[in-house]
Design a binder for this molecule. Structure first.
Ligand SMILES: [Ca+2]
Ligand SMILES: [Ca+2]
Ligand SMILES: [Ca+2]
Ligand SMILES: [Ca+2]
Length: 420
């Protein structure tokens, strides 16, 4: 080793040490500290620290850098054959992304405020042939929908989601619960602390959503600010179950009974949307979750304990970014298997949480069941992130799944450029 190499090594060590001191004393809420704590506390195998390499698999378009919503949706709102983007009370018209207002709103301060739009969904609620917009408001408040005025000027009509259920749990799911081909809303009922679903109107002209209970009252996962809920067949009996981080509710054919049995289990830390899939390919369905307000993406391996009880063993998948407050499954690379997409909720709590204001990363994981470690991480971007829901849908008609996000960083489209 040459003298110069030695000197640069010393210089580098000095800089690193200096950086650590600054971190330790100047920036309590940095990812550095969280990673240290995590390394000390976890028994899971953390991935090697690595420099983050952005893939060039997606073409990024900034729709706006304004903070207007943490929810996002897509729909062809003006019926010109092109998919438009919705973020809160605004929609952006393809292909110029000209901004239109559905109802009066404003740009919010990302370091001080929350918007009035947490999750969005595009669907033709009243089945008049024009897509409408569903909005989940601040946690605990009832949701509502805006009725499409069919290219007529003026404001969109606002309807409450009957029966005005206070939507609890911060990651309600847009899921077709009853299999009628229309997306419903899976959530907690704030008043009764019950797992419920709000059924989308199913007849043309009908506008009322109906509430049906899956669980009994006063169950986990149903507080206003609960974090983590998902839907999938945990025990593979043919009926989808509801997972929360405290356990799972065993599904039956009856989706209106309110008596699904709760099985306590440890499904990890507070998280965003929970996904049920067989990660390792052993035939048993596992659960993937990501930390909503700290650091970590995990898979919870389904195992059977000595008493024959169904339980879970948690494995850390990634500590690349914090505040992963939403997730969605979609096949991005066209191999026929769904991938897991998540991203950082930039300034989730306005910069007060671990890693809150670090780079806003958007990432996805492909799964390799049967081949350890069973997943591969890809970072798409480091200046966007995700909000409270992510859209994964073909936006430009090339049959590949694109991504759309909205959060305190703005609204962004990522067009999938991967070759199959
Ligand atoms: Ca359009
Ligand atoms: Ca409509
Ligand atoms: Ca089941
Ligand atoms: Ca498994």
């Amino acid at each position: 080793m040459t003298r110069i190499d030695l000197n640069s090594r010393h210089l580098l060590s000095g800089l690193l040490l200096f950086g650590c001191i600054i971190n330790a004393y100047g920036q309590d809420k940095s990812l550095f500290k969280v990673r240290q704590q995590q390394a000390a506390n976890t028994t899971a195998n953390a991935p090697d620290s690595k420099s983050i390499v952005l893939s060039d698999d997606f073409k990024k378009t900034e729709i706006t850098r304004d903070f207007i919503s943490e929810g996002v949706a897509v729909a062809d709102l003006n019926k010109d054959g092109l998919m438009d983007i919705v973020a809160g009370y605004y929609w952006f018209e393809a292909p110029s992304w000209k901004r239109h207002e559905m109802a009066p709103s404003r740009v919010y301060d990302p370091r001080k405020e929350y918007s009035d739009s947490f999750l969005n969904m595009g669907m033709d609620v009243n089945q008049d042939g024009w897509d409408d917009v569903v909005i989940v408001d601040f946690p605990g408040k009832p949701g509502f929908w805006f009725e499409n005025p069919k290219n007529q000027p003026g404001q969109w009509k606002k309807h409450a989601l009957d029966d005005s259920v206070g939507i609890a749990n911060e990651s309600p799911g847009f899921i077709d619960i009853d299999g009628d081909g229309r997306l419903d809303i899976l959530c907690g009922d704030k008043a009764k602390k019950q797992i419920v679903w709000l059924k989308a109107p199913d007849k043309p002209g009908e506008t009322a959503w109906k509430r049906f209970a899956l669980s009994r009252e006063n169950v986990p996962g149903t507080e206003i600010f609960s974090h983590g809920i998902g839907y999938g067949d945990v025990n593979k009996d043919g009926f989808n179950d509801v997972v929360v981080r405290e356990g799972w509710f065993e599904g039956t054919a009856d989706k209106k009974s309110g008596n699904w049995v709760f099985h306590p289990a440890n499904l990890g830390e507070p998280c965003s949307h929970m996904q049920v899939l067989d990660v390792n390919g052993d035939g048993k369905n596992d659960v993937v979750s990501a930390s909503a307000h700290a650091l970590g993406v995990w898979w919870h391996e389904q195992v059977v304990d000595e008493q024959g009880k169904l339980t879970f063993k948690t494995h850390l998948m990634s500590n690349t970014t914090a505040q992963t407050h939403s997730s969605i499954m979609a096949d991005l690379n066209g191999d026929g298997r769904k991938d897991y997409i998540t991203g950082k909720r930039f300034l989730a709590h306005h910069g007060r949480d671990p890693g809150d204001s670090d780079p806003a990363i958007l990432m996805w994981f492909e799964f390799t069941p049967g081949k350890e470690p069973y997943y591969k991480e890809h970072v798409i971007d480091n200046d966007s992130g995700a909000g409270l829901n992510i859209v994964a849908q073909d936006m430009n008609g090339d049959k590949k799944t694109d991504l759309v996000v909205a959060n305190k960083n703005g609204v962004f489209l990522f067009e999938n450029k991967m070759k199959k």
